[in-house]
Each structure stands twice: as C-alpha cells, then as structure tokens.
Design a protein around this ligand. Structure first.
Ligand code: NAP
Length: 311
C-alpha cells in the first residue's frame, strides 16, 4: 500500500506518482492519438493505485476530460480519485485567448463538471494568467466555488512570481503548477522558495521534459509533434542533453531501474514538490513509472544529479 501525501494545506491525499493526461484525447497536442489507448492509460493508472489525474479543458479540447469522465464512471470509484482540471482558454473567432474573469471561470467549472460527469472537482487550476483580471479576484471566484462545494482546492498554473503573490493575497492558493524539470530549472529561483514558504504544493509539468528525460531517445530519433521545434531537441543542444541523460543512466543501472524513475525520484526530494504527473502514451509507461516509489537516492546521488544539470 503506497503512502499517500497531502497536497499543500488541502485535504487531498494522493499517490506521489499521478498521471498527466494531455496524451489522453489530446488530439490538438499529439497527432494520431487513439482514444481507446488513452482510456487504457487511465485504466492502468486507476487499477494500479494511481489516484491523481491531471487534465484540462484544452486537452482535445474537451476530449481528455470526457474520456476520463467515462473511465471513472465505468470504474465506479469517483470518491477515491483526485481529479485536477484547468480552464482559462477561450475561443474567440477561432483564436485562443486567456480569460480569468470570475464569470468565465465559474462557467468553465460548470462545463468541466459536465464533461467529467461529476458534481465536484478536487482541484481546479487557472490554466494560464490573462492580462486583465487581478489575480486575487480570479482566485476569489474559485474560493466561492470552493465554499459551494463545486471544487475542493484552488490551483494556478503558469503564473509568474508576482502573479502568484497577487493570487495568494488571501492565502487561498493550494497548488501551483509550473514547468520544471532537470533541464528547465528557473522555478528554483523564486517560485519553489515561495511555495515552500507558503505551504503550497508545487506540481511540476513536463517532469520528463516531454520524454527527453525518459532515456529512450537517441540522436537519430525523429519527432512529428511539438518536440520537433522544442529547443531542447535541436542540434548540438539535443546531443549535449542526451549526454546528460546517459549520466543518469549510470545511476539508474546501479539501482536496476530506468532513467525516468531516477529523475522522478529526484524531484520528490525537493521542498514543496509532493506529487508528480508524468504523462504517458501507453499503459505500460504508467505502471513502470510507479517503480519510482521504490527508488531511494542518497545525498551524494541527489547532489550529483543536481550538478550534472547545472549550467
Ligand atoms: P512529460 O511528463 O515530461 O513527458 C511525458 C512523455 O514521456 C510521455 O508522453 C512519453 O513520451 C514519455 N515517457 C513517459 N514515461 C516514460 C518512461 N517510463 N520512460 C521513457 N519515456 C517515458 O510531458 P507531458 O506529458 O507533456 O507533461 C506532463 C503533464 O503535465 C501533462 O500530461 C499535463 O497533464 C501537464 N501539463 C501541464 C501544462 C500546463 O500548462 N499546466 C503544460 C504541459 C503539460 P513518448 O512515449 O513519446 O516517449
């Protein structure tokens, strides 16, 4: 039985290994996704003790929430699952803008509830900041929904440190989701210290750097999605990054585990990172990533990994 961890100051308890689901019905993110495979990814998670699912309106759009809702209905164990979803994207004349206004966010929560076939959302994030809405007002709208029981916890995502401070003026922010991985460590400057000091859980997205920290790519691997343009995957930088991954492989091999699991275990040693949401495209990736929970890193190994990725 996995020891569950508490997210920040909430009453949400999760397996530290959750599941990111932008590849579950996320047709606008990855081409040629099979929805049944996506549902099998979610089933594999729920059948193996993962109870923390991370989705968003924009994954699909809508399809990820809908497929997750279907699987949870089929399993019949809604109360055992912590669903996190996000809203802020608005389609205007075919273009996407962000909206954090109280009216918009309240309506988005209602729509997410319908798609997920549930009457409460455990954690609702403002997915991206807009330029206009004061962030404490946006969070105030979510506090009202929390008081009404429509959501259980309040999250913000992709907020700068100043936006986070404004959002958390009244102490209502429970979780911050931001990009953070061994290649992208800007969050260490201000965001991670802030979340650690304010009892906010920090959930890193792209923990595997979109697969680069999974340890299975070579210099010849070709990508036909967003990774084809991602700077981490270009030319000399890609070669250098693969060399760093090889150094992690040595640690992984000494522990008879995979690169991905050493990387994920390293994040869990950071202050305020309580749980992770690695993405998966196949059910076996989900079950394999649970092996992270068996990885113990020594102080020396933690420092060595830190050092390999310092630039
Ligand atoms: P990620 O977790 O960094 O990488 C996931 C990819 O790594 C998988 O799709 C798979 O890709 C590969 N992988 C998974 N397990 C592996 C293993 N054991 N060994 C080797 N490779 C493995 O990227 P992500 O899925 O984009 O991000 C995680 C989650 O964060 C998303 O699902 C989403 O829920 C959330 N997110 C949030 C935001 C935001 O704005 N808040 C933005 C992005 C993502 P391949 O099979 O192709 O190798």
């Amino acid at each position: 039985m996995v020891k569950q961890v508490r997210l920040g100051k909430t009453d949400l308890f999760v397996n530290p290994i959750g599941l990111g689901t932008n590849a579950v019905g996320g047709h606008n993110i990855y081409p040629n996704l099979n929805e049944e495979t996506g549902k099998n990814v979610v089933r594999a998670a729920l059948e193996n003790g993962i109870n923390f699912l991370d989705t968003a309106f924009i994954y699909g759009p809508e399809r990820s929430e809908i497929l997750i809702g279907e699987v949870i209905k089929e399993k019949g164990n809604r109360e055992e699952i912590i669903i996190a979803t996000k809203g802020a994207h608005k389609f205007v004349d075919g273009k996407i803008i962000f909206d954090n206004s109280p009216t918009f966010l309240k309506n988005e929560v209602d729509l997410s509830l319908k798609r997920l076939q549930t009457d409460y959302i455990d954690l609702f994030y403002i997915h991206f900041p807009d330029e206009h809405t004061p962030k404490d007002e946006a969070v105030g709208a979510l506090k009202e929904l929390k008081d009404q029981g429509k959501i259980r916890a309040i999250g913000v995502s992709n907020f700068s440190i100043n936006q986070l401070k404004e959002a958390n003026k009244d102490g209502y922010v429970d979780v911050l989701q931001s990009e953070y991985n061994l290649f992208k460590r800007e969050a260490e400057k201000e965001l991670l210290p802030y979340t650690a000091n304010h009892h906010i859980s920090f959930v890193p997205y792209f923990p595997l750097a979109a697969g680069l920290l999974g340890g299975k790519y070579t210099k010849d691997t070709q990508f036909n999605d967003g990774r084809a343009k991602n700077p981490l995957f270009q030319g000399e930088a890609f070669i250098r990054n693969l060399e760093k991954v090889e150094e992690i492989r040595q640690i992984a091999q000494s522990k008879d585990t995979e690169v991905a699991h050493v990387v994920l275990a390293w994040y869990l040693t950071r202050d305020s990172i309580d749980a992770l949401i690695p993405g998966a495209k196949q059910p076996d990736q989900v079950t394999r990533n649970l092996r992270t929970l068996n990885v113990q890193l020594s102080k020396e190994e933690i420092e060595k990994i830190d050092h390999i990725f310092q630039e």
